[in-house]
Design a protein around this ligand. Structure first.
Ligand code: NAD
Length: 480
């Protein structure tokens, strides 16, 4: 069993109380590693280390020097990314093919924000009193707590860490109790890159045990959270109480709309990738297929045919199409959703149960599933399943498609497939979603702001503006 430790200041530490959390490989069912079960004392120590670093050497670096360190970090991620990828494969069952792509993407995050570090310009502005000089400067907020879920630990953490470091903040990263290993290794690479101790801390443990200590700590100035609505609400309450800056990236139930004028071959590929990649464990998964009635039966039948031969199995095998669900509680949740949907009258035209691939009988597999006979008011169409489960709902007109798409408490993403320029221009403006893809899906980029409408969150990550979410703007007025 591998042992991972927390990174607090200059030290690699076990939990102060000496307790551990065992983590399970979702493919083999083996307990493969242990991580410290951090407690209150560890959380406080991490925040204090981050604060001290922010007041020390880190503060004295120029923005260009910070950027250089980040470039070096990115280079190390590229050179040594194999281990990062392997850790995500073992820890959360991410397919190796995907994990290798993530590493490249990850390095790109640090490069992008490294380039922005010394481009945070203030302004000298006119002032409505004669002779006064007014200008603005941007200063790092201070300690940022980055809270990360289990489904994409490295990338979701880096969406926060990269702009925070570029802005001159220090971070305390709290990975999911189910997926800490890869982030701990990222902290090892940060140490190797030469970030001063305390700039990049990782504290592990259960969210309900240490989360509040982190988010309520008076030295913390910002909380950047990605996760579910229960944790999100707790974090928002705690942050509100302490008047802290907050970014929330929450769940989704994203519509993927196929019009009858679409390139149907492309739409088939896009719709299947939108939901079945990462076994549906993505906040942006296209989990509601809205398909124009004239083509609905044929389209769903072709989609089911396409997925029928999908190879479930070993995530380390590059030929695997569908990996396991990342952890046991989520596996049980997905199976509960499948049972409830059938009870509510949904009809599985593909899958609908546990997957048992040869050699992977101990793994947490769910068959790729497509439900028909679904209306948008059914639980399976309203709640986030976070598994390889698609509901297909027919529609007749554009207005009806938009109405069904928007009839959701979520608003993270949406897709549409059409050859009509008019629709490509018109429909995205009418959809309540932070990202709308036309004739593509899941094409995320560090350069494109990402976040949700409605219950899908508050604020945006990615893009140039994200760095501004980690600075305070100060107005300086000088009377000569
Ligand atoms: P979760 O909310 O259970 O956990 C997320 C993180 O929050 C974990 O590190 C957990 O320990 C911590 N946490 C839990 N309770 C806390 C508390 N009271 N205070 C502080 N921290 C707390 O979510 P999860 O099950 O790990 O992840 C799945 C969810 O994440 C899904 O709903 C998914 O849609 C969402 N997600 C959203 C995005 C996005 O960008 N919008 C991306 C990926 C995942």
């Amino acid at each position: 069993m591998e042992t991972f430790k927390m990174r607090i200041g200059a030290e690699w530490r076990e939990a102060a109380l000496g307790e551990w959390i065992a983590t399970e490989n979702p493919y083999t069912g083996e307990k493969w590693a242990r991580i410290p079960r951090g407690g209150e004392a560890d959380a406080i120590a991490a925040v204090e280390a981050a604060h001290a670093a922010g007041q020390g050497e880190w503060r004295s670096l120029t923005a260009t020097q910070r950027g250089r360190l980040m470039y070096k970090f990115a280079q190390l991620i590229r050179e040594k990314g194999q281990r990062l990828a392997d850790l995500e494969v073992t820890d959360v069952g991410r397919r190796r093919k995907e994990a290798l792509g993530v590493v490249d993407h990850l390095a790109g995050y640090y490069e992008y924000y490294a380039g922005l570090a010394d481009k945070l310009e203030g302004a000298v502005t006119p002032f409505d009193k004669p002779g006064f000089l007014h200008y603005t400067v941007h200063e790092p907020m201070g300690v940022v707590v980055c809270i990360v879920p289990w489904n994409g630990p490295l990338l979701l953490a880096s969406m926060k860490i990269a702009p925070a470091l570029a802005a001159g903040c220090t971070v305390v990263v709290k990975p999911s109790e189910y997926a800490s290993a890869s982030i701990i290794h990222l902290a090892e690479l940060a140490e190797e890159a030469g970030f001063p101790p305390g700039v990049f801390n990782v504290v592990t443990g259960y969210g309900n045990e240490i989360g509040n200590t982190l988010t309520a700590h008076p030295l913390v100035r910002k909380v950047a959270f990605t996760g579910g609505h229960v944790g999100g609400r707790a974090v928002a309450q705690s942050a509100a109480h302490g008047f802290k800056h907050l970014t929330l990236e929450l769940g989704g139930k994203s519509p993927n709309i196929v019009f009858d004028d679409a390139d149907l071959d492309a739409a088939l590929e896009g719709v299947s990738m939108a939901i079945f990649n990462t076994s549906g464990q993505a906040c942006l998964a296209g989990s509601r297929l809205l398909v124009q009635r004239s083509i609905a039966d044929e389209f769903v039948a072709r989609l089911a045919d396409l997925m029928r031969d999908a190879k479930l199995g070993d995530p380390t095998d590059l030929a695997t199409d569908i990996g396991p669900i990342a952890m046991r509680p989520q596996f049980n949740t997905v199976l509960e959703h499948l049972a409830a949907a059938k009870k509510d009258g949904a009809k599985a035209v593909l899958g609908g149960g546990r997957g048992l691939p040869a050699g992977g009988e101990n793994g947490l597999f769910v068959e790729p599933t497509i439900f028909m006979n679904v209306t948008n008011d059914m639980r399976i169409a309203r709640e986030e399943v976070f598994g390889p489960v698609l509901v297909a709902i027919p529609f007749d007109t554009d207005d009806e498609a938009v109405a069904i798409a928007n009839d959701s408490s979520f608003g993270l993403a949406a897709g549409l497939w059409t050859s009509s320029l008019q629709r490509a221009l018109d429909i995205p403006r009418r959809l309540e979603a932070g990202t709308v893809w036309v004739n593509t899906y899941r094409t995320v980029s560090v350069m494109a702001p990402f976040g949700g409408f409605k219950d899908s969150g508050i604020g945006r990550e990615n893009g140039q503006d994200a760095i501004k979410d980690y600075v305070e703007t100060k107005s300086i007025v000088i009377r000569p």
